[in-house]
Each structure stands twice: as C-alpha cells, then as structure tokens.
Design a protein around this ligand. Structure first.
Ligand code: GAL
Length: 140
C-alpha cells in the first residue's frame, strides 16, 4: 500500500495488512525540519512498540529501542558512520525485514541493524511516524 502526496499528516498512522514478514521493505521519505530535535518511526503490535527508530538531532544519533508491556528496554545508539540524517535535509529511509533483524538504509547507505526483540513479525501491523519532519511518502 502506498501513500504518496505532497505532505502527509503528522502524527501519521497506517496499518500494515497481514503484518510484517521476512523480505518486506518499508519506505519512509521526508524532510527533517530546520530546527528539529527528534522524530520517530514506530512499528507496533496492539500494545507494544516493537521497533522505535528515533533520530535525535540534539544527540547526533539514532536511538533504537522497544517498548514492551509499557516498559522501554535497553537503547541501542551506536552508528557506524556519521549521522546521515541532517536538519533541513530530505531523506529516503528503508526498513528491511531480514531473517533476524531490521536493516535500516538511509539514502541508499546501510545504517544499522536491530535484532528482533518481538519475533512474531506477522503481529507487527501498524506504523506510526511523529516528530519534527515533513513527511512526504510512506510505503508499507
Ligand atoms: C525515552 C523517550 C521516548 C523514547 C525512549 C527510547 O527517553 O521519552 O520517547 O525515545 O527514550 O528509549
């Protein structure tokens, strides 16, 4: 399912029919606002945020975590390169469902992997985007 317009509402919610599966690719494009502090992309089950992907411009990193039964787990913060997402700049992000992890690609460059904490991919059936961006395209 593709939603593509000049600008999508924020916060943005879309259901993922049938949930995730290995080899599925989610695409999110937008422009980071000039004074952005943060934004996030969440992949959710009913009650849990199974993958919280959270670029933080004040901290110059992308925080990753999961919120299960109301509690945040341990953050993953390391990046192999400089922060590829920049305030005021557009980006194209892909979240690829691999066998054991999400793989995140920004503007065609591999950025990070996040090992599944919730392994039942078919139950992960909602995507949310919120924060300091102009959202232009979401494909689930
Ligand atoms: C918290 C923050 C949440 C989320 C979480 C990730 O401090 O309030 O929005 O980003 O960190 O670990």
């Amino acid at each position: 399912m593709i939603s593509s317009r000049r600008q999508l509402p924020i916060p943005y919610f879309i259901s993922i029919p049938g949930g995730l599966q290995v080899a599925k690719v989610i695409r999110v494009s937008g422009t980071v606002l000039p004074n952005a502090k943060r934004f996030h992309i969440n992949l959710c089950t009913g009650e849990n945020i199974t993958f919280h992907l959270n670029p933080r411009f004040s901290e110059n990193t992308v925080v990753r975590n999961s919120k299960i039964k109301g509690s945040w787990g341990e953050e993953e913060r390391g990046l192999p390169t400089n922060m590829p997402l920049l305030t005021g700049h557009s980006f194209k992000m892909e979240i690829i469902c691999e066998a054991h992890c999400y793989k995140v690609v920004v503007d065609g460059q591999h950025l990070l992997e996040y090992t599944y904490r919730v392994k039942e991919l078919s139950t992960i059936n909602r995507l949310e985007v919120d924060g300091d961006i102009k959202l232009t395209k979401v494909q689930v």
